[in-house]
Design a protein around this ligand. Structure first.
Ligand code: NAI
Ligand code: MG
Length: 350
């Protein structure tokens, strides 16, 4: 029987409610499909920072490296400086473990009414591939003389040929396994250095995938098309910040941010990959037991797919769709089911 070592990081806020739900569904799948999950919990996040002065423990990266995968919720608390969660946890893990792919499916679940009133499951089915290690989020900048009339602030994006090339290969190869369309969402008409270079390198890679239809689209037009014509998208490749923003729009057209799943993936397998919902710690609803766990559960399915348990992953996705098509929703979708009721409904269908 295969055994996988899974590091579990609930993080903060609703992470403490939805990660246990996601893990419970993974365990149910493990029992059904005949593999074992060896779990270890790490209490990292903004709460940990309040007690210990850092988001993770000393030596934690070395420890986490030994796992097959990480199941993560979200980090951030209203009382903790919100510049820190990304810097000291999420981005630290993503960059330290070369998780240069942020793979974010946008797929309307069965029975969910999209706010796009004419669109169905056939229309909303694509994957955002967000570059996850560089771009606008490298935090390369400074604030000078903040209180002076001549105060100034900079953040300089960094795009490398190697970084663009590897994410482009991932996106084109994903498109080859799907409907063979790749849309590069960019803004090279105004970001004439970084994003022009981004386009140039992607187009070089595109030439190696003649079977994939390649198209370039500016981010402003893409936002409109996500709403008006989502059916034109198959794989959407974009930068770190543009992908962050587009993902929440993807969640919205799926009917809730709470449906969005993701994998921070190191395709080479040199490091563990990390799976988390697309949203944050939602302090406004934390502690009430009403958070939608579906994005976390689908992130668990992505984790299982990544470690090779593809049948279990497909079964979880099917069980989630059976749950939503039965009209079992939380408050974010006009329903009244709690986090744990949704978890149990998915497990029952699994
Ligand atoms: P958020 O994504 O936590 O919440 C935005 C809105 O969506 C809220 O009204 C929330 O209640 C709702 N929502 C989110 N997930 C939901 C779910 N599963 N079920 C039902 N409703 C849900 O974003 P916000 O409020 O901008 O940020 C809150 C904190 O999360 C901040 O500290 C932020 O830095 C952090 N954050 C952390 C991320 C991570 O750890 N990867 C990602 C995004 C934000
Ligand atoms: Mg985000």
């Amino acid at each position: 029987m295969n055994t996988y070592k899974i590091a579990v990081v609930n993080g903060d806020g609703i992470g403490n409610e939805i990660v246990p739900a996601g893990f419970a569904v993974m365990e149910a799948a493990a029992a059904k499909f005949g593999f074992t999950l060896q779990r270890e919990d790490f209490p990292f996040g903004a709460g940990y920072y309040k007690a210990h002065g850092d988001f993770i423990a000393p030596g934690a990266l070395e420890q986490l490296k030994k796992f097959d995968a990480i199941l993560f919720g979200a980090v951030g608390l209203p009382e903790v400086d919100d510049r820190l969660p990304f810097k000291l946890f999420t981005n630290l893990i993503r960059t330290s473990f070369n998780q240069y792919v942020n793979h974010r499916p946008v797929k309307l679940l069965q029975g969910v009414l999209s706010p796009l009133r004419t669109k169905t499951e056939k229309d909303i089915d694509f994957v955002i591939v967000r570059e996850n290690n560089e771009g606008e989020f490298v935090q390369n900048g400074r604030i000078l003389y903040p209180d002076e009339p001549y105060g100034l602030a900079t953040d300089t994006s960094v795009f490398t040929r190697a970084g663009i090339t590897r994410i482009a290969h991932y996106a084109f190869q994903l498109a080859q396994k799907r409907r063979k369309h790749m849309t590069n969402v960019t803004k090279s008409n105004t970001m004439i250095h970084t994003l022009y270079y981004w386009d140039t390198v992607i187009e070089e890679v595109a030439a190696q995938y003649p079977d994939v239809v390649y198209r370039k689209m500016y981010i402003d037009a893409a936002t409109a098309n996500f709403v008006l014509r989502p059916e034109i998208f198959d794989v959407v490749l974009t930068t770190n910040m543009l992908g962050d923003i587009l993902s929440d729009l993807g969640g919205a057209i799926m009917g809730s941010l709470g449906f969005g799943s993701s994998g921070n993936i190191n395709p080479e397998g040199d490091f563990p990959s990390m799976f988390e919902p697309i949203h944050g710690s939602a302090p406004d609803i934390a502690g009430k037991g009403i958070a939608n766990p579906v994005g976390q559960i689908l992130s668990a399915a992505l984790l299982l797919e990544h470690i090779g348990e593809t049948a279990a992953a497909a079964a979880i996705t099917a069980a989630v769709n059976a749950t939503t098509s039965a009209g079992i929703f939380g408050a974010d979708n006009g329903g009244s089911h709690s986090t744990n009721q949704i978890r149990d409904a998915v497990i029952a269908r699994l």
